[in-house]
Design a protein around this ligand. Structure first.
Ligand SMILES: [Zn+2]
Ligand SMILES: [Zn+2]
Length: 274
């Protein structure tokens, strides 16, 4: 692993250099936050020295989760979608170690690595280097990558990365915010991997939308409608958000539509709240 600087708050990586940048551009943005005591930096070696380890779990046939324990920064766990023609890694955790790389190698390696949005680019360049894998970034958000790489390929709209594995640009949280539609997921009924493009809520029976999660800023109606419309052409029963839990296991498509309608009622002040 490299000595890249890792933002301790969002776990995005920055180029190796004598000293870290003054600030993390991802955390300085209104959607994120900087600790009241100021910007903090770490490295992969320091995180490992502090006791962080990879945590690899099979979530369903064809889908591996790879996170860190204890979790690092925002704490997203990656998802490895496996197909007969290669694998896609989604929402890489900011932490990566040899165990994680070995698990992916044993699962068939990596064709491409991508993420739902810039908060979850994490160790994307480290993964690309380990497998000589392409980094797929939406054109609209590519400038957010904090560690440049020649392996970047940009896309927009939709992109079928592997058979039955399609990136869908939804916008909202970021202009390039995306989901993965995985046709073979949920036993062939279809699954969506959403990061925080669509937020699964704790009861695992609703979803919600945010422009900023930590700062509790809502998503405007036009963006909510655009997210729902972007995934409407796809069949899916299950939805995986950015963390191990919650997971919306059943009826995800209907739940998305009804949750969006309820959310819009609140935005418009039309919801009865007594
Ligand atoms: Zn940061
Ligand atoms: Zn985010």
């Amino acid at each position: 692993m490299s000595d890249a600087w890792v933002c301790a708050t969002c776990a995005n990586h920055y180029p190796e250099s004598e000293s870290p940048p003054d600030s993390c551009v991802v955390c300085a943005d209104e959607r994120q936050w900087v600790p009241s005591g100021g910007q903090r930096w770490t490295t992969l070696a320091r995180l490992a020295g502090d006791g962080h380890r990879s945590d690899v779990r099979e979530l369903e046939p064809g889908l591996l989760g790879i996170g860190a324990t204890p979790q690092v920064a925002i704490g997203q766990r990656s998802l490895l979608v496996r197909t007969g023609e290669g694998n896609l890694l989604w929402d890489p955790s900011g932490f990566i170690d040899d165990d994680a790389v070995r698990a992916v190698r044993e699962a068939g390696g990596l064709r491409a690595v991508t993420a739902s949005h810039p908060h979850f680019y994490g160790s994307i360049v480290e993964w690309s280097r380990a497998f000589d894998a392409e980094i797929l970034l939406p054109e609209a958000d590519a400038s957010w990558l904090t560690r440049p790489s020649p392996a970047v390929r940009t896309w927009s709209g939709t992109l079928e990365v592997l058979p039955g594995v399609t990136l869908v640009q939804c916008g909202g949280h970021f202009p390039g915010s995306a989901v993965v539609h995985w046709a073979e997921g949920a036993g062939g009924a279809g699954a969506l991997l959403t990061g925080d493009t669509i937020f699964v809520t704790p009861g695992e029976d609703r979803v919600t939308f945010v422009w900023s999660a930590p700062n509790r800023l809502p998503l405007p109606e036009r963006d909510v409608r655009r997210v729902v419309e972007a995934v409407r052409p796809y069949a899916f029963e299950r939805m995986y958000g950015g963390w191990w839990t919650p997971v919306l296991r059943e009826r995800a498509k209907e739940v998305l539509e009804s949750s969006a309608n309820r959310y819009i009622e609140f935005l418009r002040g039309e919801a009865a709240t007594t």
